[in-house]
Design a protein around this ligand. Structure first.
Ligand code: AMP
Ligand code: MG
Length: 518
């Protein structure tokens, strides 16, 4: 394909970038064809302006420094430039289905996301996607737009998660416009450029299973295996091995979420990445005061996606994925027993979730408590801490961060964490046992504190921090988005100049509500 989509006044680098995006390699998702995706240009976005830009993600993509100041940058990442692209190079919306809130929802698909293409840098390949770029054939009754508020939240959180070391899609930029978008009130439109090795979801597999398209199902599974898990090809059953990878990566992701008090809010199967990445930031939240049953999504009245449910839900979602893969499984078995064996195989692989998740979470919690060795009572010690935190609604992030100040010798360092518990006696009782346990460790307080501060972040994207940045951005002051993004880029560092970003939320934060409407 020879195509040079030059944008008036823009640099050669930006023209090259557009050309690369519009000419995907042979094994790109975009090349899977019309069964999987529909090509169309982005809807026009009026007078776009830059709201947020991640220099870190840009560097990851190998984009030249300062590219965000290129005249063509807004044109490309608002989607406007794609209107001049040739038909066979246009952005694409993919089709998928899924289970929403435990119920089969049938066909969904990229209702407001358009794949822009792929970039390769330093041996890594990334797909770029414009979220909020207008209606697609999968928009159903909705408008294909995203609002500024939710776009800033997605931008900040995906970058924050990455810097916490949690697998996630990333964000390159947020581009805003004064174009009105109707939600509960009139808001304005924005487009986030998301970046990920793949945007394939469990729901993609479910879609072709439900439509009895075994050929397409196989092509999709082959795409994921070839691109991301080539070693699965060597297994007796490559597709079972792929399921195993999804089980492993999803279990690992749940450890990460639980360990920082992150609630996703909409763990529908169409929001589960086949690579085990955090994807589709909507009504997510980092907990302030710990509540095991915390529901961050105002629309989730049953609490299906409450904090304590997340690992179980991931497991449930993996069953949906397994069902979707079933037509491909068990080819190595004799035809007469194939379907029976395939189910047994899948069940065995699915059972691996618990075997991986539980010990991994225990290990993580031990690290969060600064324990290097393993003792029988560790689990109970952790559980009792969570019970006390829950009863006192103790701040999740600060409790763990401040535990590093507790000394194994005396109670002098207890105050910062103790003060987070209204029931001081309950904390003291636990701290006595914790100290006794610390006494069994060989590490001294200082060394333990350093290690703990590497696993217990000081800074997370608390709702009120995002809200403050959003309110300023609505007044066209984007400096707080940038500042907050920068603070969250170093979540484990002390950054004393940003102490306020690590503090307890203000009273008004408890009235913040986040729903699916984004
Ligand atoms: P979610 O659970 O928010 O990830 O979205 C569920 C489905 O609704 C997906 O297929 C989305 O693409 C679609 N969707 C959500 N919001 C919109 C919107 N404003 N316009 C079109 N489709 C949307
Ligand atoms: Mg979604």
């Amino acid at each position: 394909m020879s195509f040079s989509p030059s944008i008036a006044g823009s640099s050669a680098a930006l023209t090259d970038l557009s050309t690369t995006l519009a000419t995907p390699p042979a094994d790109a998702f975009a090349r899977l064809g019309a069964t999987f995706l529909t090509r169309l240009p982005a809807a026009p976005l009026d007078a776009p302006y830059l709201v947020g830009f991640s220099a870190d993600t840009a560097a990851r993509l190998g984009l030249p420094e300062g590219i965000e100041r290129d005249p063509g940058f807004l044109d490309l990442f608002s989607g406007n430039a794609t209107r001049a692209w040739p038909a066979d190079a246009l952005p694409y919306a993919s089709v998928y289905s899924g289970h929403q809130f435990g119920v089969w929802a049938g066909q969904l698909g990229d209702g407001r996301a358009l794949g822009l293409g792929e970039l390769e840098h330093a041996g890594q390949r990334y797909e770029l996607q414009l979220k909020g770029a207008g209606r697609t054939p999968y928009s159903r009754m909705a408008d294909g737009r995203a609002v500024l508020r939710s776009s800033i939240r997605e931008y900040l959180c995906s970058e924050a998660m990455h810097h916490l070391g949690i697998p996630t899609t990333r964000a390159l930029c947020v581009i805003g416009s004064d174009q009105p978008v109707r939600r509960e009130t009139i808001e304005t439109a924005a487009v986030v450029t998301r970046v990920s090795p793949s945007f394939v979801r469990f729901g993609h597999f479910e879609h072709f299973y439900a439509n009895d398209r075994v050929d397409a199902l196989r092509a999709l599974a082959d795409h994921v295996i070839e691109r991301f898990y080539p070693h699965c090809r060597q297994a007796d059953d490559p597709y079972l091995a792929l399921l195993g990878e999804a089980v492993r990566s999803s279990a690992d992701l749940m450890v990460e979420w639980q360990a920082v008090g992150f609630c996703h809010g909409v763990m529908n199967t169409d929001n589960m990445s086949i690579l085990g990445l955090t994807i589709d930031y909507g009504p997510f939240g980092f907990m302030d005061g710990f509540d095991a049953g915390h529901i961050c999504n105002h629309s989730d009245s049953q609490g299906r996606y409450a904090y304590r449910m997340q690992p179980q839900i991931a497991y449930w979602n993996l069953f949906c994925l397994a069902q979707g893969l079933l037509p491909l499984l068990g080819e190595q078995h004799d035809e007469s027993v194939r379907s029976e064996r395939a189910i047994e195989d899948a069940q065995r692989v699915l059972a691996g979730f618990k075997e991986r998740f539980a010990p991994a979470l225990e290990n993580r919690m031990r690290a969060k408590l600064g324990l290097e060795q393993t003792r029988d009572g560790d689990d109970a010690l952790v559980n009792r801490l969570f019970e006390a935190m829950h009863a006192n609604r103790a701040d999740f992030t600060l409790t763990f961060r401040n535990l590093a100040r507790v000394s194994k010798h005396d109670a002098n360092g207890d105050a910062p964490v103790r003060d987070l518990f209204l029931d001081r006696a309950a904390f003291d009782a636990w701290a006595t046992d914790y100290r006794a346990r610390l006494a069994e460790e060989s590490r001294d307080d200082a060394a333990r504190a350093i290690a703990m501060n590497r696993v217990n972040p000081k800074f997370v994207l608390r709702n009120h921090l995002a809200e403050t940045a959003i309110q300023r951005a609505k007044e066209k002051d984007f400096s707080e988005v940038e500042r907050l993004a920068n603070v969250l880029r170093r979540p484990f560092d002390e950054q004393p100049e940003y102490e306020a970003y690590a503090g307890l939320p203000p009273d008004w934060a408890s009235s913040l509500e986040v729903s699916c409407s984004s």
